[in-house]
Design a protein around this ligand. Structure first.
Ligand SMILES: Nc1ncnc2c1ncn2[C@@H]1O[C@H](COP(=O)(O)OP(=O)(O)OP(=O)(O)O)[C@@H](O)[C@H]1O
Ligand SMILES: [Mg+2]
Length: 412
């Protein structure tokens, strides 16, 4: 982008410049856009992709609002992070900017509790749950619901405040964690649902919901309970389950009044059929858009950009054309410690089907114990003739990559 084009380019504020925003920032760079990225981390990996970096937390609403006014932005987007979705909608409403979500829909979407109230009204199925603000309430809820239970903060994501309580002895700390993370002083306690997990990646256009892709989600076990390690396409669900799952995702979007823009719905398909875990009214933070583009030729990041600027979208742009038979996003996990070097990158990248390898952190970054999404070290996007082969290749590639941290020895 030349200096001159900045005068004419539309100005977009992107909330967050972390791993979850990389794909959108890259897509924005390929367009004639002037991008202001806001993130509180000076080392955020997405900053080099922006025209202007603002060291402001993506959750600091007053500061973001001032920035948005001063920068005379044309639109604002919060890809890959949840709470900021409502901030983006409120700032747009205040500044009179076009925005895909109404303030009301955005506010419903960022609360696991409020969205569930709407899902209940719409007759959508979800895990049995209770709400607690204190230990005793949690104990009473647990007695009613029975173990194992999942405890979560209603207004957080990325596994912050999320824990599995297999029995009474794990309940107290799970509740403490969730309440400490909670913005509302409440936590959700719900039954652990066993089954296969799916993500329905969707896009709404003028009130019509389009399910673009359904992926299998494979998540880590405790203590990193719930952290997604793999998204694989196409879904392994049978035809009837798949249709039911897609139907539920569309109803979930409708229940929250989502008429425009990207969303994804997490579903667990168990004995009772598909249950909604939650809906996010945004692009997924696990490079979902890149998988959709590589597998189906739909430029989902570009569509999200267009929606955030109020541009007209041609429905043709949502029509999938399968480019491959299978695709897998596999996340990389590093050992604890200060990153010294990453080995095996060339070997992994040279494997058949490996389309993209991302390393989220530079040497010097200190990895803490793997507990939540933000602890992931990188990702691979791998294609194959079908899901199984894409997954097998992705795991093989991931196994070739070694994170050398201070104190550990470099591989030979
Ligand atoms: N009731 C449940 N039964 C079984 N698994 C669950 C349940 N709730 C959450 N999980 C597991 O934890 C993962 C994350 O749950 P949830 O989406 O509620 O938390 P989150 O912090 O928003 O995570 P993310 O940001 O990855 O979506 C789910 O994908 C699933 O693997
Ligand atoms: Mg979630």
């Amino acid at each position: 982008m030349t200096g001159d084009s900045h005068v004419w380019a539309k100005r977009l504020l992107v909330l967050g410049a972390g791993p979850g925003q990389l794909g959108l920032l890259e897509a924005a760079r390929q367009r004639e856009l002037y991008v202001i990225a806001a993130d509180r981390e000076p080392g955020a990996p997405g900053f080099p992709l922006a025209d202007r970096r603002a060291l402001i937390s993506a959750e600091d609403e007053p500061a973001l609002e001032r920035l948005a006014s001063a920068e005379e932005i044309d639109g604002v987007i919060a890809p890959g992070i949840d709470w900021s979705v409502a901030i983006a909608a409120r700032i747009s409403a205040k500044l009179g900017l076009p925005h895909p979500l109404s303030v009301e829909s955005a506010q419903l979407a960022v609360s696991k509790l409020r969205q569930r109230e709407r899902f209940a009204e719409a007759g959508l199925p979800f895990a049995k749950y209770a709400v607690a603000s204190r230990g005793e309430e949690a104990e009473a809820a647990a007695a009613e619901l029975g173990f194992p239970l999942v405890v979560k903060a209603p207004d957080r994501q990325g596994q912050r405040g999320l824990a599995l309580a297999r029995g009474r002895e794990e309940l107290e700390s799970a509740v403490e964690q969730a309440l400490a993370a909670s913005r509302s002083g409440l936590c959700i306690i719900e039954q652990l649902e066993l089954g296969r997990e799916a993500t329905v990646i969707g896009f709404s256009l003028d009130g019509r919901y389009h399910a673009l892709a359904v992926t299998d989600r494979r998540s880590a076990a405790a203590p990193a309970f719930g952290v997604s390690l793999e998204h694989a396409w196409p879904s392994s669900l049978g035809q009837a389950e798949l249709e039911e799952t897609i139907g539920i995702a569309g109803r979930a979007a409708a229940a929250l009044g989502i008429e425009q823009g990207p969303s994804y719905v997490q579903v667990i398909v168990g004995e009772r059929g598909p249950l909604v875990v939650e809906l996010a009214a945004r692009l997924g933070g696990g490079h979902d858009a890149e998988l959709v583009e590589a597998a189906l030729g739909i430029e989902l990041n570009g569509l999200a950009l267009a929606a955030s600027l109020g541009e007209t979208i041609d429905p043709e742009a949502l029509v999938p054309r399968a480019l491959v038979g299978g695709a897998c996003t596999r996340f990389l996990v590093a050992p604890e410690g200060e990153l010294v070097a990453v080995h095996g990158v060339e070997e992994a990248s040279a494997l058949e089907g490996v389309k993209r390898l991302r390393l989220y952190r530079e040497p010097g970054y200190v990895f803490t114990a793997f507990r939540s999404r933000s602890d992931r070290a990188g990702s691979l996007l791998v294609l194959g003739p079908d899901q199984e082969r894409a997954v097998a290749r992705a795991r093989e590639a991931a196994n070739l990559i070694r994170f050398e941290v201070a104190g550990s020895s470099a591989p030979d």
